[in-house]
Design a protein around this ligand. Sequence first.
Ligand code: G6P
Length: 604
Amino acid sequence: MCGIVGILGQHQVAPILVDALKRLEYRGYDSAGIATVNNGLLDRRRAVGKLVNLSDVLVHNPLAGLAGIGHTRWATHGAANEQNAHPHACGPVTVVHNGIIENFRDLRETLSAHGYSPVTDTDTETVAMLCAHYLAQGHDPKAAVQATIAELDGAFALLFLFEGHENLMIAARKGSPLAIGHGDGEMYVGSDAIALAPMTDQITYLDEGDIAFITRDGADIIDATGAPAHRDIQRIEAQATVIDKAGHKHFMTKEIHEQPVVLSEALARYAPNGIPALPEALDFTKFDRILMVACGTGYYSCLTAKYWFEQIARIPCEVDVASEFRYREPPIAPRTLAIFVSQSGETADTLAALRYAKDQADMIVSLVNVGTSSIAREADLALAILAGIEVSVASTKAYTNQLTVLALLALAAAQAKGAIDDHGLASHMKDLRQVPDLMRQTLKLDNDIASLAKTLAPAPSVLFLGRGVMFATALEAALKLKELSYIHAEAYASGELKHGPIALIEPALPVVVFAPHDRLFDKTVSNMQEVMARHGQVMLITDAQGRASASDGTHSLLELPATGDLSGPIVYALPAQLLAYHTAMAKGTDIDQPRNLAKSVTVE
Ligand code: G6P
């Protein structure tokens, strides 16, 4: 979603701002812009589409200045056009923004009485107008920003630059994160530390409600009450900010191929001696039920884990998408453990859901990939999934690492509840520990999967089927295919086939069936046969035993290594990811940044 950068530098900032914005491209965006203050005057350049378009504009119409702010916009209010692109300006102030100003219509009305009329469709412009209004009333920039922020409803990160002030940026955080970077006689602001990585590894994260007044000498921060606040400077590990395709064509394939390694790291952290070793604070004997909430891919990892918590640990488990959960406002029963899963740790709906559950659930645990994120900080216990930076918008390694940590949680819960004996635990752990190897074997099937994708690429629609844990895999596979190839895809629990989707079956509809040879295999095969009897095109993803007993009549087949209850959905996620990847390659779509999608969805 929107990316923010700002620099008070010693050199011309325009190219450095564009470079920093490039490091935020992974968040997803549809226009970009920068503004500088030079010889006391503000000026800006903006362009629709990729950053290369902004660079082109700057080649023909350069922008001078040692102080500047920049932005990649993911449209919320108003189309993705140049006029709506940030920075937004009004008189002596310009601003970039991530988030939503919920009361912008009311503010617009009030401001129109003072002679301010908007020229864009955005909520952000209202912030510039409001700040300009306070400046016109004689406030200095600091007081004007404080007065402005006090009037804004919603969740946002804002960065301001002012006419006549070449040594001042003002940053404000309410709901969306902002990082301040400390350099040598220079200061920086970024949506995350990754944006600032080439310039500095010394980072201060703003807290909720903070406003930072930044000059080249440092940052003065006040908290939500207006009192001066101290925020530590942290040193960010270089490793944590490396964004590099490592020889791969796309971040997505790089991240798919990293899975055996990062998954081993999660296993080493949470099961160092071959059995689950989770923080002591997480005592499953205190809980009678589990609630899991997430969005997107994280939701599917929760759906998978529901089967594990219920079947292995015998704990009732409820799973919901955060956007529904937060407004449904369900009662949360006593002795509930609430788990929030979010790769970015900033997803607005998941954060709101966590806040709703906070006073009701006995304990809030978050599974995040970004340790400094809001969802990590607001949980009673944050478990890092240790996937490493995920740049591709479509989540891959974060998904399988979420599954791995959730599997270990389920085993820890089963142990604490006495639902498995030592033998059972050992056998599940053996299954889980073989996953990196099974993944490596599966990744060797890349060329076979690329051939299968040729069947999917021309299809207008694809149906995915799975039973039990494989139902969630089917859902994730359909999501991946939609995201990357823009092909309509749906997933059904195989048993639901007869209740509607069977009407869609015809030769042109590829039906991808995830069916390891487990105790539900024969049931799934019956459903598959119903598809084949109606001349549907079945692509069966199974193992050697499954191939031996059910390959007849299938259109195509992919044989994976044999898997178990825990390893199955983790390993089968790989062909789901690679099918989507190769279908997108065949269609020529934008793989790392699919249209309209954002990596970190900080608005609801
Ligand atoms: C966006 C991303 C997905 C992600 C979802 C939830 O839609 O494109 O890849 O699964 O947000 O994000 P989170 O960071 O909370 O896991």
